[in-house]
Design a binder for this molecule. Structure first.
Ligand SMILES: [Zn+2]
Length: 355
C-alpha cells in the first residue's frame, strides 16, 4: 500500500502531500493534458516512478477534451470537457495505483465563469460522492490590481474550501506566451514578485484555509525560447518566505510556491526553487515536444509504409493498416512523453514519493 491513496486527492490527504513535499524538498510535476492519451501516459509515468502527480487542464485543454467542434458560446465545451477529463481520472487512476492532484491551470478574469461552472459541477458531484470533482483550481488575476486579485481569489476559495479543495493564485507575471496570453513584452519588475504582495495574499487566504499555493514570478517564462535577458532568480521565493515569517510571525517557509514555465530550466535552479518551498512545477512545453518527437520518429522510421493504405517496400498490394492505425503512432508519442516525464520526476526529486 502507498503512503497516499490511489485516486483523486483532497482534504487532509492533499494537505499531507503538500507538507510532505515542502518538508522533504520535492515538487510534483504538473502535466497539462488534452485527452485520454496523455492523461493515461501521465498516470503510467507516475506509476513507474511510484509518486503522486498533478494532472491539469487549461481552458483550451478542457475544451479539446469535449471536442473543438462542440458549440462553446456558453463555455459548455470548456466546462463539460473539464468534467469529462476529471471523471476519466476518477475512473482509472485507482487501477494505475496513482494518487492524483486534479487541477485546472491559469484562469484569467475572463475565464472565471469557466471555473465557476466547474465548481457548480463539483458541488453536484460532492453531494453524490462526498468528495470533490477536482482537487484544486488556479485563478490567475495577476493582470488585475493586487487587492482585486487577492479578494476575488478569497471569494472563490470560500466556495472550494468546504469541499476539501485547494486554490492556486498568481502574483507577478510569468513571462512568455501561453494559451493566447502574450507576456513577452512585459516590463521587468513585474517578472519578479514583491514579498509584500505575497504576505498580503498569505494573510487574506489564511483566513479561509491552509490549502492555498502561490505562483510567484521569479523570472520564469512560459514556453521555450532562445535565452533572453530575463534572469531566473529563485532567491525571490526565499525572500518572500523570510519576509512573511518575520512580518506575520509564522513558522519558517510558510508558503507553498508553484513554479510556472519550468520547461527548459536547469536542474540546479529547479532544486534551488524547491528548497525555497516550490512544491509544484508546470512543464507543459517540454512534454508537448516529447509527445511530438515520438510521432515524428515513428513516421521517419516507417515512412515507406505510410504513403497509402496499400503498397510498401514488401509489395505493391501489401496493407499498411498496422502502421496508420492511430494506436500505433499515438502510442509512440506516449512512450517518449512518458520517458521525458520520468526525467521531470527525477529533476523534481520526486521518485518513490508514494512509498
Ligand atoms: Zn503557467
Amino acid at each position: 500500500m502507498g503512503k497516499y491513496k490511489a485516486g483523486v486527492l483532497f482534504g487532509d490527504e492533499l494537505e499531507a502531500l503538500y507538507k510532505d513535499a515542502k518538508q522533504n524538498q520535492f515538487a510534483l510535476p504538473a502535466v497539462n493534458t488534452i485527452g485520454t492519451s496523455n492523461i493515461n501516459a501521465t498516470l503510467e509515468a507516475a506509476a513507474k516512478v511510484n509518486s503522486p502527480v498533478i494532472i491539469q487542464f487549461s481552458n483550451g485543454g478542457a475544451q479539446f477534451i469535449a471536442g473543438k467542434g462542440m458549440p462553446n458560446d456558453h463555455l459548455q465545451a470548456n466546462i463539460s470537457g473539464g468534467v469529462s477529463g476529471a471523471l476519466h481520472i476518477h475512473n482509472v487512476a485507482k487501477y494505475y495505483g496513482v494518487p492524483v492532484i486534479l487541477h485546472t491551470d491559469h484562469a484569467a478574469k475572463k475565464w472565471l465563469p469557466w471555473v465557476s461552472g466547474l465548481i457548480d459541477a463539483g458541488e453536484h458531484f460532492y453531494k453524490e460522492k462526498n468528495r470533490p470533482l477536482f482537487s484544486s483550481h488556479m485563478l490567475d488575476l495577476s493582470e488585475e490590481p493586487i487587492e482585486e486579485n487577492v479578494q476575488t481569489s478569497v471569494q472563490f476559495f470560500k466556495r472550494m474550501q468546504p469541499m476539501g479543495m485547494a486554490i492556486e493564485i498568481e502574483l507577478g507575471v510569468t513571462g512568455g506566451e501561453e494559451e493566447g496570453v502574450d507576456n513577452t513584452g512585459i516590463e521587468n519588475e513585474k517578472l519578479y514578485t514583491q514579498p509584500q504582495h505575497v504576505a498580503y495574499a498569505y494573510k487574506e487566504l489564511s483566513k479561509i484555509g491552509r490549502l492555498f499555493s502561490i505562483a510567484a514570478a521569479f523570472g520564469n517564462v512560459h514556453g521555450v525560447y532562445k535565452p533572453v535577458n530575463v534572469e531566473l532568480r529563485p532567491v525571490i521565493l526565499k525572500n518572500s518566505q523570510d519576509y512573511i515569517e518575520k512580518e506575520l510571525h509564522t513558522a519558517t517557509k510558510p508558503v507553498y510556491f508553484v513554479f510556472h514555465g519550468g520547461s527548459g530550466s536547469p536542474q540546479h535552479q529547479i532544486r534551488e526553487a524547491i528548497g525555497y518551498g516550490a512544491i509544484k512545477m508546470n512543464i507543459d512545453t517540454d512534454l508537448q515536444w516529447a509527445y511530438w518527437e515520438g510521432v515524428q520518429k515513428f513516421y521517419v522510421k516507417n515512412e515507406a509504409y505510410l504513403q497509402g493504405q496499400l503498397g510498401n517496400p514488401e509489395g505493391l498490394d501489401k496493407p499498411n493498416k498496422k502502421f496508420y492505425d492511430p494506436r500505433a503512432w499515438l502510442r509512440k508519442g506516449e512512450e517518449t512523453f512518458i520517458k521525458r516525464l520520468e526525467e521531470a520526476f527525477d529533476d523534481l526529486n520526486c521518485i518513490n514519493r508514494n512509498a
